[in-house]
Write a protein that binds this ligand. Structure first.
Ligand code: EPU
Length: 438
């Protein structure tokens, strides 16, 4: 599947079910490497990021079974072994998760080889924090032409770490490295996204001692040994927000099964301010367009508990239908507005600025990064031929095509399967008018 032809202008209506969060599940799979006994992870979605991590774990001797229907995954790390560099390197460019294999492999094997990283092109995405952290734990890092080799002949030892920015990945790197390191690790400036708290819950089930204090301080008391876990993964809040925005942009009504309020409070506030309505029920959240005019909003993306960077793209499509001027200041990634070019081609009026259009402290001001968007609406959208640029931007293209009058050909859609399970089936259930080609 690489191209979808969409006849837009029809409201999406119906129910979709979420599984576990892409940004938790993949890390939980890596955490299983730390256990002496098998782990069971429930609600694992069938997405290509999971496939990549599964293949890399297999290469390192972890035996995995995944029931794609129920989402039950069992990971047995009892025969962990060093994988061949060539086999690992075959996965170069496929995901960003391999960087998180460093700590667990150093603990289990004393060495690790990490392929070149992939992931969406939404900024430079350096891994300097990761390597700084690993060096502080005592790892020796050698950059090779094809990847990175790490060793820790004397094992990892606890460290006092201060992150320059609350990076999700670097916080996870610390957690996965410190849990069985010798001594007490103190991490300041940690990210505290719900996916991170869920990873901490998993590590605690495995035998770790981790406290999350106020002001982004996490303390980890190293323990000698960890066992396997059984855990139901946190629901995918990013997918929930994506379907919510799709309901709003298409004037539809979608019940998102498995979505929960607490982890989405910031999103729900903004959704309400735009004019969307929602009903929170035990089984999920119903998101709908109430029929009245949508209102413009000012959004600044931020680390949790702020408005997530992964929520802005589909919501921007809905904002093209709001009456007035909306502003989105992207403060997490420096290059996350590439998707707006296609929306403008479809009739939107979105201008991108280098300046910080907002008050949040931002690393990108005065640095030539196009990281603020001004959206003037309402502008009718019309079908066009567009190409998916990255995961979240790609989903926003699908939403725009569904909201637009006329036919759109959306190419490169296979990229969306990296993070949205069975999205084609879900579109069908929601009554979208489309055909899959190519
Ligand atoms: N950063 C550095 N150096 C580092 C690490 C990060 O400068 O060593 C910078 C990044 O360049 C970025 C900022 O710090 O500007 C935040 O990056 P972070 O490390 O928090 O992001 P990540 O761990 O690479 C995860 C999610 C992203 C999500 C962000 C923010 C995964 C696999 N990815 O990325 O999800 O946007 O956290 O919440 O968990 C997505 O799902 O589409 C996605 C991009």
């Amino acid at each position: 599947m690489s191209l979808i032809k969409i006849e837009g202008g029809k409201p999406l209506r119906g129910r979709v079910e979420l599984k576990g969060a892409k940004n938790l599940v993949t890390k939980a799979m890596v955490a299983s490497l730390l256990g002496e006994t098998p782990s069971t992870l429930l609600d694992v979605p069938h997405i290509s990021d999971v496939d990549v991590v599964q293949r890399l774990l297999n290469l390192h001797g972890v035996n995995i079974t995944h029931d794609e229907k129920t989402g039950d995954m069992v990971l047995d790390p009892s025969k962990v072994e060093q994988a061949h560099m060539v086999d690992i390197d075959a996965h170069a460019g496929s995901s960003r998760i391999p960087i998180l294999f460093c700590g667990p492999l150093l603990h289990r094997l004393g060495e690790a080889f990490i392929p070149g990283l992939g992931g969406c092109e939404i900024g430079d995405r350096p891994v300097d924090f990761h390597f700084d952290v690993l060096r502080q734990f005592g790892a020796v890092i050698e950059k090779l032409p094809t990847g990175t080799r790490l060793s820790a002949p004397d094992g990892l030892v606890a460290a006092k770490i201060n992150l320059p920015y609350p990076s999700v990945g670097a916080t996870e790197q610390v957690l996965l490295s410190a849990t069985t390191a010798k001594g007490l690790t103190e991490l300041r400036g940690a990210a505290i996204e719900p996916e991170i708290i869920d990873l901490i819950a998993i590590l605690q089930k495995m035998g770790a001692i981790i406290s999350v204090d106020t002001d982004r301080v996490i303390r980890i008391e190293g323990v000698k040994q960890l066992k396997g876990f059984t855990h139901k993964a946190l629901f995918d809040r990013n997918e929930a927000a994506s379907w919510a925005a799709a309901a709003l942009a298409t004037k539809g009504d979608i019940f998102v099964g498995g979505a929960k309020q607490v982890e989405m409070m910031t999103f729900l506030n903004t959704f309400r301010k735009v004019g969307g309505e929602f009903d929170i029920e035990p089984a999920g959240i119903r998101f709908f367009h109430p029929g009245s005019e949508l209102q413009p909003v000012v959004i600044e993306t931020d680390v949790h508990p702020g408005f997530m960077t992964d929520w802005q793209q589909p919501l921007v499509v809905a904002l093209t239908q709001a009456k007035g001027i909306s502003i989105v200041h992207e403060t997490v990634y420096e290059n996350r507005f590439g998707f707006t070019e296609a929306l403008n081609k479809m009739g939107a009026n979105i201008q991108i600025y280098r300046e910080c259009l907002g008050g949040n402290p931002c690393r990108f001001g005065q640095r030539n990064f196009n990281h603020s968007a001004v959206i003037s609406g309402p502008t009718p959208l019309r079908g066009a031929d567009i190409r998916v640029p990255d995961l979240r931007g790609g989903f926003s293209h699908i939403v725009a095509a569904l909201a637009a009058e006329g036919t759109s050909n959306v190419s490169n859609v296979q990229l969306i399967s990296r993070g949205y399970e069975r999205f084609i089936d879900k579109l069908q259930v929601l009554g979208a008018d489309f055909s899959v080609e190519g």
